[in-house]
Design a protein around this ligand. Structure first.
Ligand code: NDP
Ligand code: OXD
Length: 310
């Protein structure tokens, strides 16, 4: 039987996903019509991003799963009309992009590259930077992305601490969890990377109190979600030097409003939510595998826990 897969994923994604998804479904032996529009009651799977106009899932009464193109699901997980299983995106290329962003920005600060790139006074300072093994990096969130980034930083020799909700054991990473764990991790961290989802528990996790636990001169990298950080508390911590620099990819409002103080701040680097993107060639295979699983009555991959919100 032919199943119906509707792509409702915002501008440009139909063109990007139609061919790779059709091919990936064929590759896993699924006979499907991949479409932009179908009568809702005929749709078996929705490939979805919240930038789509589709916000009411009520009429999709036959849909077996909503498959998010985004890793972060905070804009859809609480939708009261969504009763279908929701799967988030875990895409090897997205993960690789995040590894590259996190590693690159960590190395910028670890090696103090700005000192040499912007040196108008031609200062000859022959002081070598420390080795990676002398640098503590804290990864807040050690899920699909945080763990891959932590392992990559570890492979460069960094001393990596990880923090999660549940206790974890990961080779080479010193793992912490819970409120006490957060304090211990932040007290040791010279560079903090936030790869947490936005949930009721994680919103403003880096508030004035938590930022106060950091050693003087710590660096923050936030490719997670803007709401993880209390903006005013961060600006205050930058003013006192508690935080030496913040490199931010995600913001409470995107695009970051032109009058936001982050744009002009000398100790803030803004990247425009480009840390990592879901790529059609690889993510289509993940979508197809989940559809295959749905059809075979096997458990879905990357199922969102609606109660936890991620
Ligand atoms: P995962 O769900 O795989 O991992 C989330 C991690 O956060 C887990 O380790 C989880 O803990 C931890 N966590 C969640 N809640 C808490 C809490 N209350 N206290 C402590 N730890 C908590 O997500 P991903 O790694 O795939 O993605 C992380 C986030 O990255 C996404 O939600 C999204 O916001 C962001 N992102 C940003 C992109 C960008 O381009 N800037 C691109 C893609 C994603 P546990 O392991 O115990 O469950
Ligand atoms: C995502 C993102 O969640 O791009 O996938 O931020």
């Amino acid at each position: 039987m032919t199943i119906v897969v509707q792509v409702s994923a915002g501008p440009g994604n139909w063109e990007r996903y139609h061919a790779p998804l059709t091919q990936a479904l064929l590759d896993v032996g699924i006979d499907a019509t991949v479409t932009q529009t179908a009568a809702p009651e005929t749709v078996d799977y929705l490939v979805y991003a919240p930038s789509s106009p589709l916000q009411d899932f009520t009429a999709f009464n036959r849909c077996k799963a909503v498959l998010s193109l985004w890793a972060g699901v905070e804009r859809v997980v609480g939708n009261p009309t969504l009763t279908q299983p929701l799967c988030r995106m875990v895409d090897p290329a997205l993960t690789q992009g995040m590894i590259e962003w996190v590693t690159g920005h960590s190395l910028r600060h670890h090696l103090n590259l700005d000192q040499y790139i912007n040196n108008p006074d031609r200062i000859w300072n022959p002081e070598c930077p420390p080795l990676a093994s002398e640098r503590v990096i804290a990864m807040l969130g050690i899920g699909a992305l945080g763990q891959a980034c932590a392992q990559s930083l570890r492979s460069l020799g960094f001393h990596v601490l990880g923090w999660s909700r549940a206790a974890k054991v990961i080779d080479g990473i010193q793992c912490y969890h819970g409120d006490d764990g957060l304090k211990s991790v932040l007290q040791q961290a010279q560079i903090v990377v936030t790869l947490l989802p936005k949930t009721a528990e994680t919103e403003n996790i880096l508030n004035a109190r938590a930022l106060g636990w950091l050693p003087q001169g710590a660096v923050i990298l936030n490719p997670g979600r803007g709401a993880l950080i209390d903006d005013d508390a961060l600006l205050a911590a930058l003013a006192t030097g508690q935080v030496a620099h913040a490199t931010l990819d995600v913001f409470r409002v995107e695009p970051l409003p032109l009058d936001h103080p982050f744009w002009a701040h000398p100790q803030v680097t803004v990247t425009p939510h480009i840390a990592a993107d879901t790529r059609p060639a690889t993510s289509a295979k993940v979508l197809a595998e989940n559809i295959r699983r749905g059809e075979a009555h096997e458990p879905f991959l990357h199922l969102v826990d609606r109660h936890q919100g991620y």
